[in-house]
Write a protein that binds this ligand. Sequence first.
Ligand code: 5GP
Ligand code: ZN
Length: 138
Amino acid sequence: MSHDANCIFCKIVDGKIPSMKLYETDKSYAFLDIGPCSPGHSLVIPKYHAAKMHELPDEYLQDILPIAKKVAIATGAPEYNILQNNGRLAHQVVDHVHFHVIPKPSSEQGLVVGWPSTQPPKEELQAVYERLQKNMRQ
Ligand code: 5GP
Ligand code: ZN
């Protein structure tokens, strides 16, 4: 089991830092976010220290989404976002994998998303597709 004694979320899992626990399993822990973007904003984290999602063993990853679903239902919010940031450029601040459950009660509250979509030429899309397809086979 991976653990980092200096990690704030490992400390929350250990009970060394208090948190408003919503749910836990042997592999995951869900709690309220201390700086919510909207009422009910919660986090689901693995009981395994890894900074980014691709570093997390599948068994921990598989445990998380059903809990995010439970939390989403518990908020009662008909509209919400699931957010999972990896790396500073991608807005990750805490380097322990976490899934945000963020109710979207109005256009002003909750997650605000920039969506800079582009219209690349077909050849460019094809080249990206072939690269990914090749990497997926490895
Ligand atoms: P990130 O930007 O890394 O995806 O989000 C980190 C989240 O963790 C933020 O929403 C922030 O409010 C939350 N957070 C940071 N420290 C604590 C803490 O000590 N307790 C709780 N409950 N949430 C925290
Ligand atoms: Zn950690």
